[in-house]
Design a binder for this molecule. Structure first.
Ligand SMILES: Cc1cc2nc3c(=O)[nH]c(=O)nc-3n(C[C@H](O)[C@H](O)[C@H](O)COP(=O)(O)OP(=O)(O)OC[C@H]3O[C@@H](n4cnc5c(N)ncnc54)[C@H](O)[C@@H]3O)c2cc1C
Length: 472
């Protein structure tokens, strides 16, 4: 029997799944092709070390998924998705054994910041109060804002470099270090324009919704999305790596959850050369070097407060974080890299056998780097948690090349689908954003606005555009 398809999605990452769901909710017959044997892309969990230990292969901490304007509209709890909110969003330890915690309350957080307390409240409170308004305008393509006043107030700060904003706003070196840790999620040097935006958004989310983790791991997000999609009548075919558009069956439209480099390989010769040239100019960011551990106990943090947060930022001082995030852009890795750590099993007992724990961490390295930085990462953990190495039962390492082999969207280990530099925030990957030079062929990955993270908003906006243009 011939079953006609309205839309094909290539790639079952969070954005591919989001696009598929939005199209299926509009009554379209949708089929997804996924290269891996499992759905999820950058939101996957697997048994990477020892039996009984569940590790997040890529994403681990999910304020963006939890507060996504699209995901929150979906009945994902019905499909088993539960979030756990640790008491604090982030812990930032210092060498003297103290730590600053990002707490839900702006006031309580500010009280740890000495002379910067009032300045921190003045900066953050309005963003926290206006998050509902801001999220609509920030988490999508450039368009006429619905809330221009709130957006303008956010924009004047967000457009700045994190380094510039923090130096002009705060006097205390500890406050600057703590906030630089939030901004360093951008993966780009903190003296670049627009890096302040990452710290402000992630800090605001920490106050507004916390930084939750899904019970059972990131796979729970992907499994809930894919189960819901199947219940809407959608079809998922795994284990098929699409290499040429001509191999796909006929459909009204195709949405690619891939990055520009792959799009050129798959569709390339059908694009006008000028469009391919634009895609080739798209810039990828640094890679990451990722590690997972099975531990014989919780991490022995010097600062006991670190046990209150799933996410721990190991960067020490402001200057060290600046240097660490500058280095990968110049082909280096800092001796003391800024390390993002997640300790989910402290809050989710499904991740490890009783008494044991899992640990997840990465640092930024030059794109495609083959340098083994596992010792530098472990040294950073040991610096703030002496005795850590004695607890290691097993470790698992993923270099940029191994990450890319796991998921071909992770070009050179870039986890954001392309550098999130100012030029590529809205003209992402080109000024056409979700459209391409071919009618009915779209791109829906994190290489479109609003960029990296598990939130599905790239897929959602691409699907809305496809519904308007290909099915009107
Ligand atoms: C180490 C790491 C840590 C991260 N930490 C976080 C975090 O804590 N929180 C957070 O919110 N985000 C995090 N991220 C980022 C997040 O995972 C990504 O931004 C997000 O997954 C992007 O979703 P996507 O759907 O655009 O692409 P992806 O999730 O990369 O999915 C793309 C999918 O397409 C498939 N595919 C690619 N090419 C083809 C092809 N030719 N044919 C068929 N299928 C194909 C791939 O196999 C993959 O399944 C992290 C990422 C990494 C790698």
């Amino acid at each position: 029997m011939h079953v006609s398809i309205d839309a094909i999605i290539v790639g079952a990452g969070p954005n591919g799944l989001a696009a598929a769901i939005e199209l299926a909710r509009a009554g379209k017959r949708v089929r997804i092709y996924e290269a891996n044997d499992h759905v999820g892309g950058g939101a996957r969990s697997a048994n990477l070390t020892l039996p009984g230990f569940i590790h997040d292969v890529c994403s681990a901490v999910h304020p963006l998924a939890f507060s996504s304007p699209f995901f929150t509209k979906l009945p994902l709890a019905k499909y088993g998705l539960q979030f756990i909110e640790p008491p604090a969003a982030v812990a930032h330890p210092f060498d003297d054994g103290s730590a600053i915690l990002l707490k839900r309350s702006v006031e309580a957080t500010s009280l740890q910041l000495g002379g910067d307390a009032r300045r921190y409240r003045n900066l953050m409170q309005a963003f926290v109060d206006n998050w509902e308004k801001l999220s609509h305008d920030i988490l999508g393509p450039l368009r006429i804002p619905r809330h221009p006043v709130a957006l303008a107030h956010f924009g004047v700060h967000a457009i700045r470099s994190a380094e510039g904003l923090l130096k002009s706003r705060f006097r205390e070196m500890r406050t600057r270090a703590f906030c630089a840790g939030l901004a360093a999620h951008s993966s780009i040097p903190l003296d670049q324009l627009g890096t302040a935006a990452f710290g402000l958004v992630l800090g605001t989310l920490g106050h507004r919704v916390g930084w939750p983790i899904p019970r059972g791991g990131a796979q729970a997000i992907s499994d809930a999305l894919s189960s819901y999609f199947r219940d809407l009548g959608g079809e998922i075919i795994t284990g098929v790596h699409v290499t040429a558009i001509k191999d796909l069956p006929r459909a009204r439209c195709i949405l690619f959850d891939v990055t520009p480099r792959q799009l050129i390989q798959i569709v390339g010769e059908n694009f006008p050369p000028s469009f391919s040239a634009k895609l080739k100019r798209y810039r990828y960011g640094p890679g990451v070097f990722k590690m997972d551990w099975a531990l014989d106990g919780p991490v022995p943090w010097l600062a006991a407060e670190c046990r209150e947060a799933a996410t721990v930022h190991l960067g020490g001082s402001f200057e060290e974080i600046l240097e660490s995030e500058r280095s990968p852009w110049h082909g280096r890795v800092s001796d003391r890299p800024f390390v993002l750590v997640c300790q989910p099993s402290l809050f989710d007992t499904t991740r490890a056998p009783e008494g044991n724990h899992t640990l997840w961490a990465y640092c930024h390295v030059p794109n495609g780097s083959d340098l083994d930085v596992s010792n530098r990462i472990e040294d950073q953990i040991e610096r703030f948690a002496p005795g850590f190495r004695k607890l290691v039962l097993a470790r698992h390492v993923m270099s940029p090349a191994q990450l890319e082999a796991h998921n071909s969207n992770l070009i050179g280990g870039d986890i954001n689908g392309g550098a999130q530099i100012l030029r590529q925030m809205f003209s992402r990957p080109t000024l056409k954003t979700y459209s391409t030079a071919i009618d009915d062929v779209y791109i829906c990955s994190s290489s479109t606005p609003p960029g990296g993270g598990v939130h599905g908003m790239c897929g959602y906006h691409a699907a809305r555009l496809a519904l308007r243009k290909s099915f009107s």
